[in-house]
Design a protein around this ligand. Structure first.
Ligand SMILES: *Cc1c(COP(=O)(O)O)cnc(C)c1O
Length: 415
């Protein structure tokens, strides 16, 4: 099936998992029945009013939706140009947008009669949200983490365990996210009938990219209502950071067929453009197949997965949603990067001017929005997705700003 530029929303949700050449379901035969079972259940719940009513009720009562759409008045006056607005996904339960697709998938697992959920996590944020939702719904939860991530993300490991999850440190390979994915797949092959694999972004084999987009699209739907009631118009520009792509798809989806709304995804520019120094798949990656799906990946000259770097753990991943890969090729979504340093500056500026500390991931979107706002007319509305709140980044931001103030202090002493 070829996808055209009109009616994009419809095409993504009925795509059978292909978005142009991207997406698909490239997995070992043993995983196919499980994925087909989930795909069939997703087909059903998309239009199942009782399921959707329960989903929205849980978003309201458990996660605290709708999240606010906050005018950034002081920043707008400070920068000049377009009016800036912040969609505060950081006010969700567990601190980020991830809970939206965790609730949707855990409810689907229950509907399928599964009693056990497995997940993998790198930084621990997805594991934390998954563990919370499983506790709430009474599902047994096992989270796989590379041994290195397990050691460096102790606070999140502790929260997951307090929530009743079993956290397994994976000793294989490089002991990071990709090894945790392999371990989770292995577990799923061994427990096909009672286990649901809860995936953490709009990536992976069909149906996860379309399904997680579906559970996240509430973000853009709320922005549409809020922008119309607060400003009398749709946003002119929507800006979101891109790791795997779930918060970006959540924000963009409802506006895909609105030709007047510019959509901009911001990838992790890290320390620079050298391989291993960034995590910008759409800008610097190549098409390939990995972890069950066809998309853009950061690869070395031999087609092996390359190392990635970002100051924000949530953007530090080698692949990207096949939906975004297709929307990049067709030009519907524009992509750019913000560096580690620009993201950290954006955290500080937003904190000082508006009293909001964003997650380092989200700060990439803010860094770019601050740049373009000055070039736009004052009636323009620029919406930025604050995918998460900044508390989890305490040690990274503290180290950075303390080093910076020490440096400034030293320079002052020398003058
Ligand atoms: C995980 C995470 C991201 C990156 O994931 P996407 O699927 O690209 O949204 C971004 N922001 C926050 C706060 C996260 O926790």
């Amino acid at each position: 099936m070829t996808l055209t530029q009109t009616n994009l929303k419809e095409q993504i949700l009925v795509s059978n998992g292909f978005f142009g050449p991207y997406g698909g379901c490239y997995v070992p035969e043993v995983l196919l029945p499980g994925l087909m079972e989930i795909a069939a259940a997703f087909e059903d719940v998309k239009t199942d009013e009782a399921f959707l009513a329960g989903f929205h009720q849980t978003l309201r009562e458990f996660s605290g939706r709708p999240t606010p759409f906050t005018p950034l008045s002081r920043l707008t006056a400070h920068l000049g140009g377009a009016r800036l607005f912040l969609k505060n996904e950081g006010l969700n339960h567990t601190g980020a947008h991830k809970i939206n697709h965790c609730i949707g998938q855990a409810m689907l697992a229950k509907q399928l009669g599964k009693r056990r959920v497995i997940a993998e996590t790198g930084a621990g944020q997805h594991g934390y949200a998954t563990a919370a939702v499983c506790a709430r719904l009474g599902l047994d939860c096992t989270v796989y983490m590379g041994r290195k991530d397990y050691e460096r993300q102790r606070p999140n490991v502790y929260w997951m365990e307090l929530l009743g999850a079993r956290v397994v440190a994976v000793e294989d390979g490089s002991q990071t996210l990709n090894d945790a994915v392999i371990a989770a797949f292995k577990d799923w092959v061994e427990h096909p009938s009672d286990t649901y694999y809860l995936l953490g972004s709009a990536v992976g084999p069909h149906p996860y990219p379309a399904m997680n987009t579906f559970f996240q699209k509430i973000v853009g739907e709320e922005i549409r209502r809020q922008s119309i009631s607060q400003n009398g118009r749709l946003p002119d520009v929507c800006v979101a950071c891109v790791g795997g792509g779930s918060n970006a798809m959540g924000m963009f989806f409802d506006f895909l067929d609105e030709a007047t709304v510019r959509l901009i995804g911001v990838e992790a520019g890290g320390r620079g453009v050298k391989p291993g120094d960034h995590a910008a798949k759409l800008l610097h990656g190549h098409a390939g197949i990995f972890e069950g799906y066809h998309s853009y990946f950061l690869q070395d000259g031999d087609g092996n997965i390359a190392a990635t770097h970002s100051v924000s753990a949530g953007l530090d991943y080698c692949g990207v949603s096949p939906v975004l890969a297709w929307l990049a090729d067709t030009g519907r979504v524009e992509f750019t990067v913000a560096s580690d340093a620009e993201a950290l500056d954006a955290v500080q500026l937003l904190a000082r001017m508006e009293g909001i500390i964003p997650a380092l991931e989200s700060a990439h979107a803010f860094a770019h929005a601050f740049k373009i706002a000055t070039e736009l007319p004052p009636e323009a509305v620029v919406a930025v997705n604050a995918s998460g709140r900044g508390e989890k980044d305490l040690f990274i931001t503290m180290r950075h700003f303390q080093e910076e103030s020490l440096r400034k202090y030293a320079v002052n002493l020398l003058q």
